[in-house]
Design a protein around this ligand. Structure first.
Ligand code: ADP
Length: 240
């Protein structure tokens, strides 16, 4: 495992440069937070890594070159992402959501389910994201935070090794935020995690390394204290 390496990444929309020569290195086992004002290019960075938008430069994850591959091929290489609004099947149970994500619902071994058994990958994901107790509840009835965790669980059963999370704690209660901070630590144990996040209080508590983006470029990188003390970062955040 070598983690994520982004080199000279560039994304241009109709002549507008949304990502402008980004270099980024996230070692395996690390959680990297990416912050920056609206329009900085954070979501486009994730879109480029996951193959949703065309980009130039290079992106490698665990020695696989990702750029130029189709979205589903990139996903199959172990790259999973969440969106700002959790995409779960509300009218299905937590377990059924995980089954579908894992492909178990059409797998011959799904017969195990008839005997009340849960595949080990699904059971493991339920434990990791802390949803074992609500596994038979309809996803639509879950609290906001639990839906976000279910979405992460759906990536885990697909064996995602690079997790790209877009504002996972937005709209969460304080206790849900705390639980998510702990979850990020567990996820990174044997994965690489990149998180877009704005919440400075959350960053101060859970972030080791932060990359600040502005106008498509990396403006600063370091601990939360280091980037907060960086005059270039202060100018971007306070200068407007
Ligand atoms: P952030 O996530 O940091 O708020 P984005 O990556 O969403 O920023 O957007 C970066 C810039 O690229 C913004 O100015 C946005 O308007 C522009 N942009 C994003 N997606 C598209 C698109 N599909 N077409 C044209 N411009 C886009």
């Amino acid at each position: 495992m070598s983690g994520l390496t982004v080199r000279d990444l560039r994304v241009v929309f109709d002549g507008f440069v949304a990502v402008d020569g980004v270099d980024l290195e996230v070692p395996a086992g690390d959680v990297r937070f990416v912050i920056g004002p609206n329009g900085a290019g954070k979501t486009t960075l994730i879109d480029a890594i996951t193959g949703l938008v065309r980009a130039t430069g290079s992106v490698t994850f665990d020695d696989h070159a990702l750029l130029g591959r189709k979205v589903h091929r990139i996903a199959r290489l172990g790259v999973g992402r969440t969106f700002q609004t959790a995409a779960v099947f509300e009218e299905l149970t937590v377990l059924q959501n995980l089954d579908i994500a894992a492909g178990w619902s059409r797998h011959p071994l799904s017969l195990l389910r008839a005997r009340g058994q849960v595949p080990s990958s699904v059971a493991e994901a339920l434990t990791t994201v802390g949803l074992s107790a609500v596994r038979d509840e309809l996803a639509g009835t879950l609290a906001h935070g639990q839906k976000q965790w279910l979405e992460i669980g759906m990536l885990l059963v697909q064996d995602a090794k690079l997790l790209l999370l877009d504002e996972p704690v937005a709209g969460m209660s304080q206790s849900e935020r705390d639980a998510t901070g702990d979850l990020l630590g567990r996820l990174a144990a044997d994965r690489t995690v990149l998180v877009i996040e704005h919440d400075m209080d959350f960053l101060r508590r859970f972030a080791r390394t932060v990359t600040v983006m502005h106008a498509g470029k990396v403006l600063s990188e370091g601990t939360v204290a280091e980037v907060q003390a960086d005059p270039r970062v202060q100018e971007v955040y306070l200068g407007h």
